[in-house]
Design a protein. Sequence first.
Length: 100
Amino acid sequence: MLAADVAGYSRLMGADEQGTLAQLKGSRKSVVDPAIAEHNGRIVKTTGDGMLLEFASSVDGVTCAVAIQEKIAERGASGTEANSLHPLIAASNCRIPRRI
């Protein structure tokens, strides 16, 4: 399991709501969603800037978290994102029971 959200999201939204939403959607489409798929994960729930993710293994989850953080950091360092998003990601080794 991974829980993720964006550091300073409320501040970023207060400063530039449209730009922040566009940046969040762009990062999700080009970085986050492909990384989740590549590492055999699934989105359990989204909440604004937050996500709860499940992976088949802890290794897949942690590898995905590192990949997301590195790719978003690269985007910020390259100057393509004016107010870079800084993802906060926490991992836990637990399972969510599936309902039938």
